[in-house]
Structures are given as C-alpha cells and as structure tokens.
Design a protein around this ligand. Structure first.
Ligand code: GLU
Length: 497
C-alpha cells in the first residue's frame, strides 16, 4: 500500500473553517427540493463565514444527461447561491467532479479491504440487485473468502465489486442535528457495494471519501439518506475519520402523500422563473419550506436569511409546497421593487403584448401594484393591442350614474374636446376633460366611465381613461370612441322600436 498517496491527500484537507457542500447529481433540472438543499447548505456556510462547495456527483453514468451540469450552474447562479470552490473555479481539493476523481476511490476501497471492513465480491449480480441492497450477505460466499483466494482471483482478472463488510452483531448510532440520535442494528444493514465493476465508486462510497477529502464539516441532504447514514458512519469508523455534522431535511411535498416531482408535473426552479416568479420570492418562500425563523417575520432577502438562519428552526415534518403562498410572496416582492427594476423585469412581457412604441414606463407603473406574477402582465394589456368585443351593458354603472343614454351623451361630448387636443399628452387629456366636467358641472366619473369603457371595452383596466387614451394615441382613441357611439346609438335605436 502506497501510504504516500493517502498522506498527500490528507495534507491538502482544509481545517479550521465551516465547509459545506452541495452535491447534486446532474439530472437535467433543478427541483425545488434540490434548490432548498443548496440554499440551506449555502446559508450554513455563509452564516459561519465558511466555504460553500459545489461538487458534481456523476458516477451513475447510465443516468448521464447532456448539458445537465450547466443547469446546476445556471440555477445556483441565478438564485445567488455562489460557490467558493467548484468544478468551474477549482479550489484546494480539486477536482470537484466525481468522474474526474475516479482514480482516488479504488485505493481507499482497497485500504478498507486491508482493514477487514470491505471485501471483493465476485458473484454475478445485476446492478439493480446491488443498488437495492437486495442481497443476502449471510449467504454470500465471497464475504468469507480468504485474503489469498480473493487476491488470486482478482489477479487472474476475474471481475468483482467491492462490498462493505458490515458486522453481524451490535448496532450503529449516529447523531443528526434534526432527528437526534439514530441507532440501527447492524443486522439490518446490507453489505452495500462500494466500488462497481466499471471501476467507479457508488454514491454510497464516494460521498464519504469526498466529504472527508474535501474537509466537509456539515452535510445537508434529504431524509432519504437517513437509513444509509449508519453505513457511512461505519465507513468513517473503518478509516478512523471524524464524521461530519449531519443535517437531514424532510422532503418537499405536493400534498400529504406525494413528494414534489417533475415527472408528475410539479415545477422545477426554472419552471417557476418561466412562470413569472421572481428569484428573490422563490428563494424566500423555499427557505420557509421546512424552516421557521424565530419571530413572525416572513419576508427575508438572501443576506437577511444568512443572518437569521438557524438549524433549530428546521422542521422534522415534510413541508407542503403551496403555489398560492408563493404567489402571495411574489406579489409582495413585485410591489416592493423600485419602479426602475420592475420596468426592467416587466418590459419583455409588456413589449410582447402591446403595439410597438407604446410607453412601457407608464404601462409598468400602472401594472406594478396589480400583478402577482410577471406572466400576469400580457393578459392585462391585450385591450391595448385590440379593442375586445363588448356589450353596451358595460356602460351601465350605478356609481358613476351612467346608463346607455347618458354614456352616448358623454361620448359625444368628449369627442370634440379630444379632437381639439394637438399635443397628445396625458396631462393635456386630463386637463381638458376635467375642465370640461367642471365647467358643465358634470361629475368626473360620469364623464370618464363611458370614455374608459369605449376605449378599453372592459370595466377593469390598469390605469384610467387618461392613461389609456394617452397610450392608445389620438387616432386609435377617436376610432374607439366612434365605435362606442355607434354601438350605443344602435342599442338605443333598437330599444325605441
Ligand atoms: N448526489 C446526491 C443527490 O443528488 C447527493 C446526496 C448528498 O448530498 O449526499 O441526491
């Protein structure tokens, strides 16, 4: 055994700082549970002034998805979860992609064989039997092979996997920050595969080796790994290494029975962005899925989260993802944006919905307080692009004291006033109409309700008559008023008959 190999690796391990890692497998998307794990992992590091490390766990080559690592990078970057060490930026314990570390694992597996904590298994088994641990170690002939026999068969080129040798007796206990002390009888643990026939480690082995060699102090992951953790602890013990602090988080659920799942149509992080949710709102909401801050407050920026985050607030029970709650968070975030920022975010949605040249800034200012998601924007603006069909009953309104006849009168009155405006500004439209209402002792609402109906074809609009008329421009405004006059005239004529 080349002890220098181990010594050199040991010498590189950073000490004396909190080091956490997010260790996703490249699946091609970032699910909500994944981004939450990344977030908690990042928060622990940031709060402690430590390091957040990104490691790509790609040893399962059958599940390889082209471009999947880029999705991890882009989602984390987008969410603001910047890493201090990782595949793209390197670091003291590089490389940070497991397949690029492939040469590292076998010597450690052999060291375990040497120590009697693992053995070569020459039995032919399907990968799925191995993965599920569906294998009876009591009957496995390889567990009790002599060292000489095992060495001889390996040297003769017989293919083998390396399995962990779990003691038959006793039990293994570990501590989890969320679930407390957990004990498992060793008899219940399987002799899991550590090294596969393809020479690559399983996740179960690689995570231990990498967490140790990368100096990871806190491991955050899903509760689906709780049952394997006693086996990891036996590995740490076998090597004589200190295990990390474990933080197992309960899953994010769609409902009481089902985990959130992309396959069943639940949104990924990217889907939520595409659905018009702001990253800040998503992150804030996701932070609260399974973690409760000490006080009543719910709205936190990322840096405020880093200050407030405390492991004590992590819940044992699964959290249900509630899109309604997220939507509420989102509207709060949209409202709190500066007008400039909102304009920047809303502009692509606005320009898609309205004719070229319309005043985006004004439209954005009308929308900011009235949209829950950015994707709500286009449907609120369709009336600007074309006047929807509408019925004359919209003109009837108790509050403004208008009916069809009054509305026709009002439209006929505003027509010449608007015609007379040479410089089509919001201010001019406003001033001229208000002056007319005052001079003729007409209530503003009585004059403006019919105008707004005529130029929008709907009773609820972002902005009022002045803004809409201004946005439409003089020609289109006049055309729409004419259409209103025609509709109302036809309606009244028919009623007379
Ligand atoms: N690669 C594992 C996953 O994507 C990571 C589990 C862990 O953090 O240890 O689920």
């Amino acid at each position: 055994m080349d002890m220098k190999f181990f010594e050199e690796l040991e010498a590189k391990i950073p000490h004396g700082e909190v080091r956490t890692r997010f260790a996703p497998s490249p699946t091609g998307y970032m699910h909500v549970g994944g981004i939450r794990t990344a977030l908690y992992t990042w928060l622990i590091a940031r709060k402690a002034g430590g390091k957040f490390i990104l490691r790509i766990e790609d040893t399962d080559q059958e599940r390889f998805v082209e471009g999947a690592t880029d999705v991890i990078y882009s989602s984390l970057r987008d969410a603001g979860l910047t890493w201090d060490e990782g595949p793209d930026i390197g670091g003291p314990v590089a490389p940070y992609v497991q397949t690029e570390r492939r040469g590292l694992y076998m010597p450690f597996a052999e060291l375990l064989v040497e120590k009697g904590c693992a053995y070569r298994c020459f039995c032919e088994k399907t990968e799925s039997e191995e993965d599920s641990g569906n294998f009876d170690r009591a009957e496995d002939p390889c567990r009790s092979l002599t060292k000489e026999e095992s060495d001889r068969r390996a040297a003769a080129g017989e293919p083998y996997v390396i399995r962990q040798k779990i003691p038959h007796e006793g039990s293994t206990t570990f501590h989890d920050e969320i679930f407390g002390d957990i004990s498992a009888p060793n008899a219940d643990l399987d002799d899991q595969v550590l090294m596969k026939r393809d020479g690559l480690p399983t996740y179960n082995f690689a995570n231990v080796i990498d967490d140790h060699l990368m100096g990871i102090t806190h491991v955050v992951r899903g509760t689906e790994y709780l049952s394997s953790t006693p086996k990891y602890n036996l590995l740490y013990e076998g090597f004589g290494w200190e295990p990390p602090v474990y933080i197992h988080c309960s899953p994010v659920m769609r409902d009481a029975q089902h985990k959130l799942s992309k396959r069943h149509g639940d949104p990924t992080y990217d889907d939520l962005l595409a659905q018009g949710y702001l990253r800040e709102a998503i992150i804030n909401y996701i932070a609260l899925l399974g973690w409760s801050p000490a006080g009543e407050r719910e709205i936190f920026s990322l840096s405020e989260l880093a200050e407030a985050f405390d492991l004590k607030g992590i819940s044992k029970s699964p959290a249900i993802f509630d899109i309604v709650k997220l939507t509420y968070f989102n509207s709060e975030y949209i409202r709190a944006l500066s007008p400039e920022k909102f304009l920047e975010l809303a502009r692509p949605y606005i320009t898609k919905a309205v004719p070229d040249g319309m005043d985006c800034e004004l439209i954005a200012s009308l929308l900011q307080q009235r949209c829950e998601k950015l994707t709500d924007i286009p449907e609120q603006l369709t009336f600007l692009a074309s006047l929807p069909d509408y019925g004359t009953e919209l003109y009837v309104n108790k509050k403004s004291k208008t009916d069809e006849a009054v509305s026709l009168e009002m439209l006929n009155s505003v027509k010449p006033i608007l015609e007379g405006i040479d410089v089509w500004t919001q201010e001019n439209i406003h001033d001229k109409l208000i002056a007319y209402a005052e001079a003729n002792e007409i209530k503003n609402a009585k004059l403006l309700w019919p105008l707004r109906i005529a130029i929008s074809g709907q009773t609820v609009t972002p902005g009022g008559a002045f803004e809409i008329a201004y946005l439409l421009g003089k020609d289109e405004t006049m055309k729409r008023i004419d259409k209103g006059v025609a509709l109302l005239s036809a309606f009244l004529a028919e009623r007379k008959e």
